[in-house]
Write a protein that binds this ligand. Sequence first.
Ligand code: FES
Length: 164
Amino acid sequence: MDTSKGLEQGFDELEAYIQALHEKQGALITVLHKAQTIFGYLPKDVQLFISEKLKLPVSKVYGVVQFYSFFTMIPKGKHRIAVCMGTACYVKGAEKVLEQFKKLLGIHEGETTVDGQFSLEALRCVGACGLAPVVVIDEQVYGKVSPKKVADMLSKHQQGGDET
Ligand code: FES
């Protein structure tokens, strides 16, 4: 995977962002947010970089990343699958749909397949309850999803989304 160039550019961008901050000590969460926007996730190297630049112990940076669920240390897949687990979707069987994704992809929610193709997450209501159960893959919303449809949805994104 050719991430090295991306990482380098990302570090430059992050450094510039940190340099521009007035108050560095209290900016950890803001900086982590920015870093996650740049890199998509917060690997160890990025956390080390932040701890150096903000002059904070790396354990503190790590602690904050662990504490907040919106920070992740796992890279996102090329295709992001989000299964809505809000009440309406749950009642209509979203759990079985999620199970089927887990089974076919061989991962749990919050994880990414080894080939980097898919990451899986469970979300709260995405605001399309009338279509429950709802799955969002990348920008596309699927309604009334049954476990039977899962394999088709995956192959569609595998074939159709590779050109980028
Ligand atoms: S509960 Fe799933 S869209 Fe609202």
